[in-house]
Design a protein around this ligand. Structure first.
Ligand code: TXA
Ligand code: MG
Length: 345
């Protein structure tokens, strides 16, 4: 299959491009598109065949449900029932934006979106291209991240191309995304919001709306985590990865020691503050972010993991950061990429 790669300039959006992409979706095709978090791989949610192609193309486990992307809050209430007052408040406060709400689904929501679960995950993205596409297609769009299953999520169209060219009809390219970490997934079926996946909307931000959010995402290896996707080793570079947490200088010293003992091609995922402490002749040193500006980690993390792959890195040592604010989401992705291998110094 020939994949059409269409550049879009959101300063001068061309409605014809979104009409064409919408026609591809309506015809059962797959369109990768930008959101503010990561690129998504879209299919018309009402078309079972198209949605099942998402699973085939990505190699996605059949028990991992999809997020339904909408372009108005009303669509959320049309798809769900029994949403508590705090769930409505979260939708009011954080939509459009990087938040996914998991709510009890109405009986007309097909099982092929939800992998048979009684709940459906819904997100109203803020990115103007995502909104334009959903509006033009006049349907709900199912979209997981547009990577091969197990690979780091794509933060630019080139990542999508390298994973999916020849397997999908179209890729909309509006350049690099803003956030670079997938949306926060919050279950709103209980008496309190339950965070199933940390993201840009932090526990502290959720607390400004509903005081008592429950954090329940450290589910690696747990047999039935509530977000099925959280049990897989995600975001994984091909290399064997270890995260070293603790005081930054001590962590850097330990990483230097480990890297000096390594006989394999070694990479270090460093920070602005520590990059100069490593031996760049011996290993590939990439900067993940600035410890004083946590949002920079999101923007670089997945691209750095892909870069290690491109350079055939065999072993990666990554510095941890404090798990407060956005640091919780960054560390969740790092730990998953490392398959849970963590050294505390
Ligand atoms: O930022 C994002 O959320 C991106 C963009 C494209 O919107 N999408 C994304 O989708 O990250 P995906 O499929 O890679 O991750 C969806 C997560 C998975 O962990 C999945 O198990 C969980 O949401 N999920 C989906 N439906 C669910 C449900 N009904 N109950 C619990 N978890 C659910
Ligand atoms: Mg994903």
């Amino acid at each position: 299959m020939q994949t059409r790669i269409q550049k879009i300039d959101m300063r001068h959006p061309d409605a014809a491009v979104f009409r064409e992409a919408a026609a591809v979706l309506r015809g059962g095709g797959l369109v990768a598109f930008p959101t503010e978090t990561v690129y998504g791989l879209g299919a018309d949610a009402s078309n079972e065949n198209a949605v099942s192609r998402i699973y085939t193309v990505k190699g996605r486990p059949a028990d991992n449900p999809l997020i339904a992307h909408i372009a108005s809050r009303e669509q959320f209430f049309e798809m769900t029932e029994d949403v508590p007052a705090y769930g409505r408040a979260l939708a009011e406060t954080f939509w459009p934006g990087p938040l996914t709400l998991v709510a009890r689904k109405k009986s007309n929501i097909p099982d092929w979106i939800t992998a048979g679960l009684p709940t459906v995950a819904v997100r109203f993205p803020a990115h103007p291209a995502a909104r334009a596409l959903i509006e033009a297609s006049d349907t709900v769009i199912c979209a997981p991240s547009a990577n091969l299953s197990g690979r780091p999520s794509p933060t630019c169209a080139e990542h999508v191309r390298r994973d999916l060219e020849g397997r999908v009809e179209m890729i909309l390219d509006s350049g690099p995304v803003e956030i670079g970490l997938e949306s926060t997934v919050v279950d709103v079926t209980g008496s309190k919001p339950q965070i199933l996946r940390p993201g840009f909307v932090t526990v502290e931000m959720l607390a400004s709306v509903e005081a008592s959010a429950i954090v329940s995402y450290d589910g690696m290896g747990v047999s039935a985590p509530k977000a099925p996707g959280m049990k897989y080793r995600h975001y994984a570079p091909r290399a064997d990865m270890t995260v070293v947490t603790g005081d930054p200088r001590r962590a850097a010293r330990e990483i230097r020691r480990l890297a000096s003992l390594s006989l394999q091609k070694t990479g270090v995922l460093a920070t602005v503050q520590t990059a100069g402490l490593y031996d760049a002749d011996r290993c590939l040193v990439l900067i993940c972010g600035d410890r004083d500006a946590p949002e920079t980690f999101g923007a670089n993390l997945f691209a750095a993991l892909r870069k290690f792959d491109d350079c055939q890195t065999e072993v990666i040592f990554a510095e941890g950061i404090p798990e407060t604010g956005l640091g919780a989401a960054v560390m969740n992705r790092l730990k998953k990429a490392a398959g849970g291998k963590i050294i505390e110094v």
